[in-house]
Design a protein around this ligand. Structure first.
Ligand code: LMR
Length: 320
């Protein structure tokens, strides 16, 4: 079996970080694509020169030609524009939809067997559009959202209880917008549910509520701090975790924006749910039991995603 091939569409901050992580982990050879001439080639050359220092062996090339992604095992899409302070992710819909069309067509023509992970915002709508434009099977196109949102939730919980983040397990349902649903009941510190820790007096309901709110606004908090763009280290790490799950047939259960087709009473859209990722792509949507509050929260989030899909269809009639 030859070396794996990882194609990264978009050579911005996330694309560059993805390339570094993929090379450091020796996931395979990396092709960094961008429409801007020189940038992917320059970043690829710089990153290739990390290899002799860091001791990794990965061939990293930059390109402006979709033909070079041919045969990719995994494609991670970050192409498009990031938001700036004062913008919501949804403000990017018009511009990034056009980018997804070009990317989807490039994938369809050159790498129809790849497992595709979308990171471009507004995430749930862009992964749906990318799937439509590429024509790939739904289980081979997935959005990175819940892994990132849960990582933020876990970090805040670890800080609150002053414990190692390794012992914290949290998860977030729904769309990757401010209506996402951090599920406190299913969040644990070494198996102990967070609500039980609150009952033990180790935190308060108010503090947990504040953490839920901060998780929902986690992307915006970083956008406001950076001033020029959005988060990139944790989004890249999230995409890599999903790629590893696929490449290594790890059968990991990760919260991702996946295509739901009847599960959770939802049909025909991408939204954040726990899924099992292995060599078959999204092998299963895991249906957890939700209480009434979580169900209501998920519905609000799903309604927001549906509005975005209607907007996509309005902007590009081929999506109708
Ligand atoms: C994030 O959550 O960091 C990304 O979706 C970028 C953003 O605009 O918030």
């Amino acid at each position: 079996m030859g070396r794996k091939k990882i194609a990264l569409i978009g050579a911005g901050n996330i694309g560059g970080t993805l390339a570094l992580l993929a090379a450091q982990k020796e996931l395979g050879d990396v092709v960094l694509f961008d429409v801007v001439e020189g940038v992917p080639q320059g970043k690829a050359l710089d990153l290739s020169q990390v290899g002799p220092i860091a001791g990794f062996d990965a061939k990293i090339t930059g390109t402006n030609d979709y033909k070079d992604i041919a045969g990719a095992d995994v494609i991670i899409v970050t192409a498009g524009v990031a938001r700036k302070p004062g913008m919501s992710r949804d403000d990017l819909l018009g511009i990034n939809l056009k980018v997804m069309k070009a990317v989807g067509e490039g994938i369809k023509a050159n790498a129809p067997d790849a497992f595709v992970i979308c990171i471009t915002n507004p995430l749930d709508a862009m992964v749906w559009a990318l799937r439509e434009f590429s024509g790939l099977p739904h289980n081979k196109v997935v959005g990175m959202a819940g892994v990132l949102d849960s990582a933020r939730f876990s970090h805040f919980i670890a800080d609150e209880f002053d414990v190692s983040v390794k012992d914290v397990n949290t998860f977030v349902l729904g769309g990757h917008g401010d209506t996402m649903v951090p599920v406190v009941r299913y969040s644990t510190v070494n198996g102990i549910p967070v609500p039980d820790l609150v009952k033990m007096g180790l935190s308060s309901q108010d503090k947990i509520d504040a953490i839920v709110k901060r998780t929902r606004g986690g992307g915006g908090e970083i956008v406001a701090l950076l001033g020029t763009g959005s988060a990139f280290y944790a989004p890249a790490a999230s995409g890599i975790a999903m790629a590893e799950a696929y490449l290594g047939d790890q059968k990991r259960i990760l919260p991702c924006a996946a295509f739901v087709d009847g599960q959770y009473g939802l049909d025909g859209l991408y939204v954040g749910v726990p899924v099992l990722i292995g060599a078959g792509g999204v092998e299963k949507i895991v249906e957890i039991e939700l209480d009434d509050a979580d169900k209501a929260g998920l519905q609000v989030s799903v309604d927001a995603v549906k509005e975005l899909l209607d907007a996509c269809k309005g902007l590009d009639p081929s999506l109708g």
